[in-house]
Design a protein around this ligand. Structure first.
Ligand code: ZN
Length: 416
């Protein structure tokens, strides 16, 4: 055993050093690399800019599909979805035919780095904006785990912490407010200031990114606020690593109308009603800002039309970039095969794929363009660590394209 590996923990086949300085990993939800490049040139990111110049920065690939839950779970497990079992927010249970939203930890099929570090004696805190993620992130974790959405309700028994509003100094934010994310960062800062955590995973919400692109005031204001908080964490001596769960792309026609393929409707029109069911795994209780429209769907053949015939027809629809049978999709994108549809469809860059128009309420978009994610166009994400890399990790970073779920490896093992 080398000196560096003393006390290392092993999770899903990878080992991680226990940190000697407080370590914060931020999942900057929906932070497309274009927000970073715009923010740097517009001066929104004095602190993130410092990380980029003094530490390490690259562009990495998110796990597929590029949705929030699969990628958050990949980040905290250091592994692709086939290992942890979460490949969407929402899926169709083939055995029962029921459509199920994934909000608890029962489908998480692997351990997490957070739980292992806590078991090794570290004080670990996982804070998420949306409560839908909390139980999954907290799977097996003996530590602090709560959401800003339900900060008010946190109890020592359930969340390992109470009186969060007093700790942060303001009330629980509205679920559709940018403060849902800023509250997560402020809670993390308070835990650092009070020496109540030495490993923190802070997962934000992509509400702002769904609503506003780089250069729009809502996004710029939000990004400035995030940067200030990153600065405070650096001031407190923390190692800060930032990654995103997915990027974000405009899904509109040039005149600003949502550009959408309603795939269930299109295929049932061609082959007769009841031929297919299309499941949009982006669906969650926060649909207001995207109408449950993303760039990746799973399709189930529910009638007598052969799957291959349905796939051929789907692939010919303008706006559909790629169609793959479930088995090939699972193999190519390292997704759990048992959760796959008969086939998947990916949208092209500026298109979203939905099911039937009735299932997608676009009234919540009033005032902003449809922006979403889920496919290959949203796979590139920023990846940064506030300290310089050691020689081994510099070599790894030169050798291969990094994944967003390498972030704990780089933050814990990769720094000098
Ligand atoms: Zn997200």
């Amino acid at each position: 055993m080398t000196e560096g590996s003393i006390g290392a923990i092993r999770v899903n086949g990878r080992s991680y050093r226990r940190p000697t300085a407080p370590t914060v990993v931020i999942c900057f939800d929906g932070c497309d690399p274009r927000y970073i490049s715009h923010g740097l040139s517009a001066g929104l990111f004095p602190c993130i800019s410092k990380i980029i110049s003094e530490g390490f920065f690259t562009i990495a690939d998110a796990a597929m599909p590029t949705f929030t839950n699969p990628n958050n779970m990949s980040i905290v497990t250091g592994a692709p979805p086939k290992v942890h079992g979460i490949s969407g927010n929402y899926y169709l249970d083939k055995a029962t035919g029921r459509e199920v939203m994934i909000t608890d930890a029962s489908l998480v099929s692997s351990g997490t780095i957070l739980a292992a570090l806590a078991d090794a004696g570290k004080q670990v805190a996982a804070i998420t904006a949306k409560d839908k993620l909390r139980k999954m992130l907290g799977s097996g974790l003996r530590g602090i785990c709560f959401s800003s959405e339900r900060a008010r309700e946190a109890t020592l028994k359930e969340n390992g912490i109470e009186q969060v509003e007093q700790l942060v100094g303001r009330p629980t934010p509205d679920m559709y407010s940018p403060d849902l994310s800023l509250f997560v960062l402020d809670a993390g800062i308070r835990l650092l200031e009070t020496h109540s955590a030495d490993v923190l995973y802070l997962s934000l919400s992509d509400l702002v990114q769904h609503s506003a692109g780089p250069g729009e005031e809502l996004a710029d204001t939000f990004n400035r606020e995030v940067d200030k908080r990153v600065g405070r964490m650096l001031e407190l001596g923390a190692v800060v690593a930032i990654v995103a769960d997915h990027g974000m792309t405009d899904k509109c026609t040039p005149d600003g109308q949502p550009q959408v393929v309603y795939l269930e409707k299109a295929l049932n029109n061609l082959f007769g009603s009841g031929s297919v069911r299309v499941i949009c795994p982006i669906t969650d209780p926060f649909v207001k800002h995207h109408g449950a429209l993303g760039s990746f769907v799973r399709v189930y053949a529910t009638g007598s039309v052969p799957t291959q015939k349905l796939m051929d027809a789907a692939a010919r629809i303008p706006g559909v970039a790629l169609v793959l049978d479930g088995e090939s999709a699972a193999a190519r994108y390292e997704m759990p095969p048992e959760k796959e549809g008969d086939f998947i469809a990916l949208a092209d860059t500026y298109t979203a794929i939905g099911s039937r128009p009735e299932e997608h309420d676009l009234t919540g978009l009033a005032g902003h363009r449809l922006r979403s994610h889920g496919g290959l166009s949203e796979q590139s994400v920023p990846f940064m660590v506030s300290r310089p890399l050691n020689a081994t990790y510099r070599a790894i970073a030169q050798d291969r394209r990094l994944r967003n779920f390498d972030i704990f490896d780089f933050a814990l093992n990769g720094i000098v």
